[in-house]
Design a protein around this ligand. Structure first.
Ligand SMILES: N[C@@H](CCC(=O)N[C@@H](CS)C(=O)NCC(=O)O)C(=O)O
Length: 207
């Protein structure tokens, strides 16, 4: 069974959501970030960057185990292996890739930095202003896209939606008020109400 090294964070939740959507069994391996378990040698052997999420698939290429880090890489690995969450239409596939990379290269880092600066004991206004403004600008890009399309790729729910959902559902962490982005709010609601997403966000303890 695929092991998901996990904490219930914006990047962490992406992976159980994808696995639930794909109908693939998995087990969560909790990683206590507060205790810095992600910096321990056994974890760094899986991800030298010392961050969750990571998966270990016992049935990787050639039937041998493989580990994968970086949430975007994990989502694409799962979509490829299990044949879902990427549109079959070639143009929609391009949109899915665009918005997936837009998330991991833009929304994730900017929201993360905005939230970090907002919570420092010393108020560093230039940092807060810069990263909040950028987070809002990126959210406006999503708003424009979601006013013209049901899902980020177009008509198909995809890895791009899952990637963005992790961060947009906690947008206030970055000082982004979603009242100004109604299409993003509707899209969040549509994702949150999917049964697979609810299973992933509210895992039933195994014992
Ligand atoms: N680009 C990475 C970001 C991963 C990341 O920032 N993970 C956070 C949790 S959301 C983490 O592990 N933080 C702990 C740390 O930085 O030590 C990805 O998309 O997987």
């Amino acid at each position: 069974m695929i092991a998901v090294y996990y904490a219930p964070t914006p990047n962490g939740v992406k992976i159980p959501i994808a696995l639930e959507e794909l109908g693939v069994p998995y087990r969560l391996v909790p990683v206590n970030l507060g205790r810095e378990e992600q910096k321990r040698p056994d974890f760094l052997a899986l991800n030298p960057n010392g961050r969750i999420p990571v998966i270990v698939d016992p049935d990787g290429p050639g039937g041998e185990p493989v580990s994968v880090f970086e949430s975007g890489a994990i989502l694409l690995y799962l979509a490829d292996k299990f044949g879902g969450l990427m549109p079959s239409d070639p143009r929609e596939r391009i949109r899915a890739l665009e918005y997936l990379f837009f998330q991991v290269g833009g929304v994730g880092p900017m929201f993360g930095q905005a939230g970090w600066f907002m919570r420092q004991p010393e108020r560093i206004t230039v940092g807060i202003d810069r990263y909040q403004a950028e987070s809002r600008r990126l959210t406006a890009v999503l708003e424009t896209r979601l006013q013209e399309a049901r899902w980020l790729a177009g008509e198909s729910f995809s890895v791009a939606d899952i990637a963005h959902f992790g961060w947009l559902r906690v947008a206030d962490y970055a000082g982004v008020q979603l009242d100004h982005y109604p299409a993003v709010q509707d899209w969040l609601q549509r994702i949150a109400s999917r049964p697979a997403v609810q299973r992933a966000l509210h895992p039933v303890p195994s014992n």
